[in-house]
Write a protein that binds this ligand. Structure first.
Ligand code: AMP
Length: 421
């Protein structure tokens, strides 16, 4: 127990942190180019926010939240996603105050009591963007472009973009009825989950993963045939803008989001080689959510992507950078007096932004050189009693094993010169 992490969580160890940084840096660069600003919200919120912001009938809320009472008896939930928190922060901090579009992004841990498997964890990381305050489909196209640019820039191939429109509270009830009429006499052939979705949330039957439900749903009426004029126009404009900027997509009328505050655009990027976990990025418009959370009606669109899934996809396509070795100088000191001297040099170099390490032990020269090799240092600087007396240090090039003796008074200057060559 004490030496293992809870199921569904994992340590991100020093040998993989560079991969996370690589991904996060690409994300931050891209968000800056697109004018999205970073926001960091608390890892836990009042449970009520997620009941409202995600919806009480969703799997996430019904089965997957980490909810507990704190010591004052308040119901607290570890965030299972970040959109509701961003909307809360937007309202609480009046980020809408200047009346323009507000473009935010986040990177952080999310928590879901999911069944752990490859690419599915209980603590996972999402990067997401939210654009609040604008209903123009050009913003939907912008958000999709940002996602597409990220995946392209990472070098991922075999990525598929699917888009759909889920209508709005005006046209969706008509579709809902059509859908119920279609499924009514097939109810007994659907899975248990879909049977309970039939009344509460029939659109969700369309994205059930059960192969038999999928087969039946294939002939269901299409929402795109039931859109009101406004939603149909919005959807056709979106397609036009995506085409204008050269983004390929396919129309998928089965791509849905079941809750009322989801409106118009829904989209998903799939990386098919990931199999069951092929959904790497999903998003859409949620024009009803800000109002649901207590604000004025505010159109909004965004997406979220799982960083573990992206990293998994990058790994399978061998697109991750190798870990860089950045140790320039390694000091090998023999005896306490030498150690004191090299410790002073070590700090002098670090203050000049040279990456330097030393062995603090009184181990043999051989053992300290082994340590130096392990750090893949470019140079080892060796100091023993003889060198101390002569006031020189031995500088060994670890690549070609060439050694030279450098007088103390020019050593730091020489080392800085060598590492910057
Ligand atoms: P969602 O918030 O459910 O729309 O998920 C958005 C993205 O988060 C998905 O496309 C996945 O990439 C990722 N994701 C969702 N759940 C998990 C999980 N349990 N483990 C890892 N990644 C996840």
């Amino acid at each position: 127990m004490l030496t293992s992490v809870p199921r569904g969580t994992k340590d991100i160890l020093p040998n993989t942190v560079h991969e996370w940084l690589y991904l996060e840096n690409k994300i931050r660069q891209l968000c800056a180019v697109y004018g999205f600003e970073e926001i960091r919200t608390p890892v836990f919120e009042h449970t009520e926010l997620f009941l409202r912001g995600i919806g009480e009938t969703t799997d996430v809320v019904e089965k997957e939240m980490y909810t507990f009472s704190d010591r004052s008896g308040r119901s607290i939930t570890l965030r299972p996603e970040n959109t509701a928190s961003v909307v809360r922060a937007y309202l609480q901090n009046k980020l809408y105050a200047d009346g323009n579009i507000t473009k935010l992004f986040y990177i952080g841990s999310m928590f879901r009591y999911d069944k752990p498997q490859a690419g599915r964890y209980r603590e996972f990381h999402q990067f997401g963007v939210e654009a609040l305050g604008e209903q123009n489909p050009m913003v939907d196209a912008e958000v999709i472009s940002l996602a597409a640019d990220l995946l392209t820039e990472l070098g991922l191939k075999d990525i598929l973009l699917k888009i759909n429109s889920v209508g709005c509270p005006k046209c969706r009830p008509v579709y809902r009825e059509k859908l119920q009429a279609f499924f009514r006499n097939k109810l007994d052939q659907l899975c248990k989950d879909c049977q309970s979705r039939f009344d509460r949330n029939p659109l969700r039957i369309l994205d059930c993963k059960n192969p038999h439900c999928k087969e039946i749903a294939a002939d269901a009426p299409k929402i795109t045939d039931c859109l009101c004029d406004e939603c149909a126009e919005h959807f056709s404009q979106l397609q036009k803008y995506l085409t204008t900027v050269g983004i390929k997509f396919i129309l998928d009328p089965q791509l849905v989001r079941g809750l009322d505050y989801y409106t118009k655009t829904a989209f998903e990027f799939k990386y098919t080689p990931l199999g069951a976990q092929s959904a790497v990025l999903g998003g859409g418009r949620y024009d009803g959510l800000v109002e649901e959370c207590g604000g004025n009606p505010t159109p909004a669109v965004g997406f979220a992507t799982g960083l573990e899934r992206l990293l998994l996809a990058l790994e399978t396509q061998k697109l991750l950078p190798a870990k860089e070795n950045n140790c320039d100088i390694f000091f090998v000191a023999l005896g306490e007096k030498s150690r004191q001297t090299t410790f002073k040099w070590l700090q002098q170099l670090r203050r000049q932004k040279v990456t330097a390490l030393m062995d603090y032990s009184d181990h043999s020269m051989k053992s300290q050189m082994k340590h130096a090799n392990k750090t893949k240092a470019k140079y080892a600087v060796i100091l023993g009693d003889d060198e101390l007396n002569k006031k020189v240090a031995i500088v060994r090039n670890m690549l070609d094993s060439q050694q030279m003796e450098i007088p103390f008074d020019t050593l730091i200057e020489k080392l800085i010169f060598e590492v910057n060559k």
